[in-house]
Design a binder for this molecule. Structure first.
Ligand SMILES: [Cu+2]
Length: 147
């Protein structure tokens, strides 16, 4: 004997459809709940960490302008002569309490005024020996050698 009449099949289909539509409601409400959670998670992942109070350490070659640099002559940039490779980006970090510049004698680069605590970076594309100075304090001199 057949346990399912055509009417039973229709009823079962209706039950199945109601379960599916309920589960779709459940899924959509789950999505609605998940979207803000995922957005928050993504925002947390992409936001940068809180700004450090100290200056970032440069990745490439680095020149420090030390305290009292205006009176230090050829020790005003440390190291006085820095050797780098073509394509390197050199960063000057002004740890002094006065503003300074890193200004190429041959107009290859010019930092402009680098405030106390500031940094300046420039990329060296060509080989050569480049002397530079501070436009604010005559006597502050350094050299970048690019090979
Ligand atoms: Cu200076």
């Amino acid at each position: 004997m057949n346990r399912f009449s055509p009417l039973d099949v229709v009823r079962n289909m209706q039950w199945l459809m109601s379960v599916i539509s309920n589960s779709e409601d459940f899924m959509s409400s789950l999505r609605l709940a998940l979207v803000p959670a995922i957005a928050l998670f993504a925002a947390a992942c992409t936001s940068s960490p809180s700004s450090p109070s100290s200056m970032p350490s440069p990745n490439g070659p680095s020149v420090v302008i030390p305290t009292g640099a205006s009176t230090l002559g050829n020790r005003a940039y440390n190291p006085d002569t820095i050797n780098v490779a073509i394509g390197d980006t050199v960063t000057w970090t002004n740890t002094d309490s006065e503003a300074h510049t890193s200004t190429s004698d041959g107009s290859v680069w010019n930092s402009g005024v680098v405030a106390a605590g500031g940094q300046f970076s420039t990329k060296f594309q060509n080989a050569g020996t480049f002397t530079y100075h501070c436009t604010i304090h005559p006597g502050m001199v350094g050299t970048v050698v690019v090979r």
